[in-house]
Design a protein around this ligand. Structure first.
Ligand code: 5GP
Length: 325
């Protein structure tokens, strides 16, 4: 445990609204009185008792209630503080470095610019060596919104704010990614990194995967169902894969740790980053994810300390922000 605790770990794949510590969310719910309070209570009860998911699609149903609680500036700031404190606070922080991602939302209380300003104001209270922001595009966005979000990310970067990349997330079956391609290219031209959730489910089409790879991503989220050709491209281009073991098991996109695509990348000596994804529904931690690497089979992946150390270094080297030296 000391070995794992002292290993410098980068958390590169954590969604803000999926990473709010439960006590912080409960506090926000206590202060919230609105017509949808019943559905919020029901969601919190589910989160407290541990969510059962039959498939990845069930997972997205958890978010509307969470979004209701972070729809104004102060609660969003409070949620962001809670997430930052979880990963970076205390004497033995979970992560040496964090890239937090979030999808800017327009609500009755703020526009998307205000959303990002609120989150960045909290992030920038920490040093650039510790944390940066990735701006997410949701696959359900229409083209105009996707363009607005990328333009905002570029604008914030140009203005010296701590935005380092854009992401593609949301229900993997939604959206036509051909429309999004030019936005990712615009982001790259402006010097932002690009990370894309890709091939998360068996039903994602090869066409979808090929389109996303043609956007020239620097990193990929999950990449669970890449076919051989896509895997070859990923290896040739040395594109880091963000691996979320517990998330994959609970969303049932991977049957067991033995079946996990992580083994393939380790065999190929390919860069991966071990990440939590959403600690709120999955009740995991970065330290716990690393413990899974080290734990003997069948409870873990049975890797050696040297292998785990190499994986942690690959994660640190794959970050978009901060000076990598
Ligand atoms: P937010 O962007 O609102 O801060 O974080 C929550 C959102 O992240 C969810 O609504 C969803 O769009 C996205 N998200 C969280 N986990 C996953 C995941 O495993 N796969 C995909 N595709 N999206 C996710």
């Amino acid at each position: 445990i000391f070995f794992l605790r002292d290993l410098p770990k980068a958390e590169l794949h954590a969604h803000l609204n999926g990473s709010i510590p439960l006590p912080v969310l409960q506090e926000l719910a206590r202060d919230y009185s609105a017509k949808d309070a019943t559905s919020i209570d029901a969601t919190i009860t589910r989160l407290r008792s541990g969510v059962q998911l039959d498939a990845l699609e069930d997972f997205f149903g958890l978010f509307p209630a969470i979004y209701a609680l972070t729809s104004a500036r102060e609660p969003l700031a409070c949620a962001t503080r809670g997430v930052l404190e979880h990963f970076l606070g205390g004497k033995q922080p979970q992560a040496a470095y964090l890239e937090l991602r979030t999808t800017p939302k327009a609500t009755v209380h703020m526009n998307r610019r205000g959303y990002l300003e609120t989150v960045l104001d909290e992030i920038e209270k920490y040093s650039a060596e510790k944390v940066a922001l990735i701006v997410s595009l949701d696959r359900t966005m229409d083209a105009a919104t996707a363009r607005e979000v990328v333009e905002l990310a570029i604008d914030f970067k140009k203005g010296g704010r701590r935005v380092v990349a854009v992401d593609l997330c949301g229900n993997p079956m939604a959206g036509d990614m051909k429309t999004f391609k030019q936005y990712f290219e615009d982001a790259k031209k402006a010097g932002l990194g690009v990370t894309l959730h890709i091939a998360e489910t068996e039903t994602n089409s090869i066409d979808d995967t090929v389109t996303l790879l043609s956007c020239g991503p620097n990193r990929l989220g999950h990449a669970t169902f890449l076919n051989e050709e896509a895997q070859r491209i990923v290896c040739e281009r040395n594109i880091c894969v963000e691996i979320c073991l517990t998330s994959n098991l609970l969303c049932k996109t991977v049957k067991s740790l033995d079946d996990h695509h992580m083994h393939h990348y380790l065999r190929e000596n390919h860069p991966v980053a071990i990440c939590t994804d959403d600690i709120l529904p999955f009740r995991n931690s970065l330290l716990g994810e690393y413990a899974l690497l080290l734990a003997p089979k069948p409870h873990g992946l049975g890797f050696s300390e040297e292998e785990v150390r190499r994986i942690a270094v690959a994660g640190m080297n794959s970050r978009f922000g901060a000076d990598k030296t």
